[in-house]
Design a protein around this ligand. Sequence first.
Ligand code: GDP
Length: 297
Amino acid sequence: MAFENLADRLQATFKKIRGKGKVSEADVKEMTREIRLALLEADVNFKVVKDFINRVKERAIGQEVLKSLTPGQQVIKVVQDELTELMGGEQSKITLASKPPTVIMLVGLQGAGKTTTTGKLANYLRKQYNKNPLLVAADVYRPAAIKQLQTLGKQLSMPVFSLGEQANPVDIAKQGLEQAKADHNDVVFIDTAGRLHIDENMMEELQNIEAAIKPDEIFLVVDAMTGQDAVNVAENFSERLDLTGVVLTKLDGDTRGGAALSVKAVTGKPIKFAATGEKLDALEPFYPDRMASRILG
Ligand code: GDP
């Protein structure tokens, strides 16, 4: 299960402090030391951990806690609040264009789950917002990526636009958008190519697509299982593209949690959706407060 180790460790730490009628500065220091180690072991970015611990310490040693009737519980609430804040605070909603079609571009490394997520998001928008999406297959490099999107389109009974593997991705995106306008699709998803590693050509191509179709949302699809690497990838992408959010995939796996806990603090981009399986309905909006509660038990 995701976050299992982190959850176990934090819960064990809280057990010691929960019922205390008095919380001393030494208690807080002991607690934050344990939290710090647990977060580092969960592969949370070093600097993110440091800032987090400083904030918790400052608040937990402050008046609001020490003067309260239940200081043990107050201290835990401070950690819960800060954990929620770390993952973005408020839930971040999807942006729909006031004048359709809404253009949503998905980017990320190969294997992160872009194509699958495209299908899931399209399914979600149809169900929740009654939208009528067009899926555009602009990943011309990964063998069978186009076919995969066409298969998803069939499963969902949604149209898929493709110009084959020889076409230029910028042209595919542009023509796909025109097609959507002509057919009155109110949302267009652009499934772009990923590489195994970030490279210059890939970034340039994505920037060219961005410039050509001016998306309302650019989602970076990130594999939660890859921890710190995922965060480095996110930092790279956000330097080159005007990302509007992150979709965290594979949260059904036994991820330690580093990506979920660091990506917002490192890139400034909120996690908007979380994917928890291979099925088309295994996607939900990401709620920082619920995730924090899940981790803290
Ligand atoms: P792309 O190269 O980024 O387009 O990645 P794909 O969409 O092809 O996904 C790569 C693999 O990850 C596929 O086998 C997907 O079924 C799988 N996958 C994607 N999202 C999830 C998820 O949330 N959970 C799990 N368990 N597998 C996922």
